[in-house]
Design a protein around this ligand. Sequence first.
Ligand SMILES: [Mn+2]
Length: 352
Amino acid sequence: MDNSRVITIKNYLHENKVDAYLITDKEDQFYVANYTGDDGFVVIDAENKYIVTDARFFEQIKLEAPEFEVIDINKQSLADFLSSKYKLVAIESDSLLTQDYQAIVAKGVETVSANLVIKKMRMYKSTEEIGYIQKAADITDKVYDHIINFMKVGMTEVEVADEIEATGKKLGAQKLSFETIVASGVRSSFPHGDATDKVIEDGDVVTLDFGFVYNNYYSDTTRTVVMGTATEEVKKVYSIVKGAEELGIKFAPMVETFGDLDRAVRGYIDDSGYGKYFNHGTGHGLGLVCHDYPIIRTSNDDQLEDGIVFTIEPGIYLPNKFGVRIEDDIYKDDNGETVHVTKSTNELIIIK
Ligand SMILES: [Mn+2]
């Protein structure tokens, strides 16, 4: 019996008259086949399901994906296997290595790029998947509660990042969502300033961007705090970013597309006069990777539908001064209401 994810791929093959789907993206392989091996190819055709890999993974496949037939890549290369069975194969050109692609094409197989077929399936989260993301975000919330009491003037960014990471792991995180960002003072104007040995000083604006993984699902939160006292300019910029973030959260259930959401948030910052200092998208999907499909930018016309978990993370970055970003994880439920996955306060926290 095929699971619904395999059935959706078979429908795609049938509707597009494609012989087989070659899955190379690791998270797509896990999503469709439950395969976690870090090497190998998943192939689905109208009748069969295969994993093409080497003997290191055979025992693992028996456990994770017993309904998949194993092809020993040391006896038959991927290109030989595909060319012996198929004329037209859907590929994921954002993850298939050029050397593998060239070998397939050299054997006379035609390909069609189908990057988004599984990414768009992954966009809609089941109740179970949302539960995992919620647990990941709960850990992230607890870490924020802890870290605002832990961090002090005189610590380095790395010391704060280490504490964030250790606390998340103690609370049951499987791993970090990404290298923790702690960017203080002028460095807060770098949207992705990894923690360094810079000492955090009185008056510094500090951006904390961090997240944890629970049962393979990611959370991602950003908060910006101030050490000691906040200047009027910092307070003003903070309140604009907060206003933009809250507007995004409020509009999410009302807009039609993700592009509309980006326009609304961007418009708010534009109207405040800081438009040119908001130099990235409004957010991104969350799931089996941190920056999952879709990327929320003006050009995205995907419908903003129920059950898509995503971030809202406007920011304003003033070169040589400071930056502010606030990021929450949210989704629209089937009543059309925004659900806050991230629950930490977005009020300005001044750390004395
Ligand atoms: Mn993010």
